[in-house]
Design a protein around this ligand. Structure first.
Ligand code: NAD
Ligand code: IPM
Ligand code: MN
Length: 342
């Protein structure tokens, strides 16, 4: 991976991405970055499009990408997220959303029982189908007969390739999370594909949970999970929960991947946090750890590990932002990671 497209986005996105870029430049100075600073809500409000075809081509022609966050209180139209984030996921066919959650420090767990705190699991989220398919519409808007449809779409190919990645990533077990008792057609396809994928990995334990029970079990004992695989919407929700169990939204990183093309778009799990934007207090660790995931995807495990270890050392010294019990600003937290690296 030589050239990385960078999309800082909105709100805290540019603030945390700036720190991730400093870290990336420190550990991988040979990587070139192409910053698309105009792909944001201001551009969307001014022109109706934030990521034009030329911008899309710039990202697609790069070897990988780093994104901050998209979302702005002034933009209520969900077409904006579809224009940028979902377009990148769909049109680059980044069909896996890999969202690891590992407890970064004992004191960051919200759980009472010390024996159950050490979460180290990964949500593998199908990233191009499900309720995000974009198939649907409305009828008779504004009348008492208004009707709205958003179609949950699953294809054999889409489901099997996400499951294949989940089984390849697992070391001990894979848990399928769905809602097959109420959403039977999608559920049956996922369950059949799950059985097929499981047959190819007899060394792994398998488990199935309905999503409502899954959130309960996750909070009860997250250490019981290795890989959790789920459709697009369930994976979205589960990964905020695993993020909070592992240290909070300020620390959760993710990679949108296509294992065949090797393209990775890495981004924090969190959004643009309008409540924090401009205060200089947002935690940059999720963005920095997203840069570490990008280094993993670039087959640079030594640099990725150096970043993760440096982050761990800052947390042990409480050199972090207020959400993690520290008192540093976003830039100071970035400085602390850089100091541990050098
Ligand atoms: P959010 O993740 O932005 O914020 C949720 C909570 O977590 C807030 O209390 C926020 O202060 C906190 N938080 C988030 N990031 C943090 C950080 N780095 N450090 C400390 N605290 C942090 O979710 P939301 O409020 O539901 O969404 C805000 C906007 O972001 C919306 O427009 C939403 O659509 C968008 N969004 C974008 C992405 C993305 O770009 N991948 C992801 C989620 C939400
Ligand atoms: C995420 C976000 C997005 C999603 C939104 C902003 C469309 O919540 O990346 O987790 O639902 O995928
Ligand atoms: Mn989300």
């Amino acid at each position: 991976m030589k050239r990385i497209a960078v999309l800082p986005g909105d709100g805290i996105g540019p603030e945390v991405t700036a720190q991730a870029l400093r870290v990336l430049k420190e550990v991988a100075p040979d990587m070139e970055t192409d910053v698309l600073g105009h792909v944001n809500a201001d551009t969307y409000l001014a022109t109706g499009t934030a990521l034009g075809d030329e911008d899309f081509a710039r990202v697609a022609d790069s070897d990988g990408a780093l994104l901050g966050a998209v979302g702005d209180p002034r933009v209520t139209n969900p077409a904006y997220a579809r224009d940028v984030l979902l377009r990148l996921r769909f049109d680059l066919d980044l069909y896996v959303n890999h969202r690891p959650a590992k407890l970064l420090h004992e004191r960051l767990s919200p759980l009472r029982d010390p024996d159950r705190r050490a979460i180290d699991c990964t949500v593998i989220r199908e990233n191009t189908e499900g309720l995000y398919s974009g198939i649907g519409g409305t009828l008779r808007v504004g009348t008492p007969h208004e009707t709205a449809v958003d179609t949950e779409l699953s294809t054999y190919r889409g489901v099997s390739r996400a499951l294949e990645f989940a089984f390849a990533r697992a070391t001990t077990s894979v848990c399928l999370v769905d809602k097959a008792n109420a959403v039977p057609n999608n559920g049956a396809l996922w369950q059949r594909c799950f059985r097929e994928a499981a047959q190819r990995r007899p060394d792994l334990a398998t488990r199935h949970l309905y999503v409502d029970a899954a959130v309960m079990h996750l909070v009860d004992d997250p250490t019981a999970f290795d890989v959790i695989v789920a459709n697009n919407s369930h994976g979205d929700i589960l990964s905020d929960l695993t993020a909070q169990l592992a240290g909070g939204m300020g620390t959760a990183a993710s990679a949108n991947l296509n294992p065949e093309t090797g393209f990775a778009l890495c981004e924090p799990v969190h959004g643009s946090a309008p409540d924090l934007a401009g205060t200089g207090t947002a935690n940059p660790l999720a963005a920095i750890l997203s840069a570490a995931l990008l280094l993993d995807c670039a087959s640079r495990p030594a640099e990725a590990t150096a970043v993760r270890d440096a982050v761990g050392r800052t947390l042990s010294k409480r050199l972090c932002t207020a959400d993690l019990g520290g008192s540093l600003t976003t830039a100071e937290a970035g400085n602390a990671v850089l100091a541990e690296l050098s």
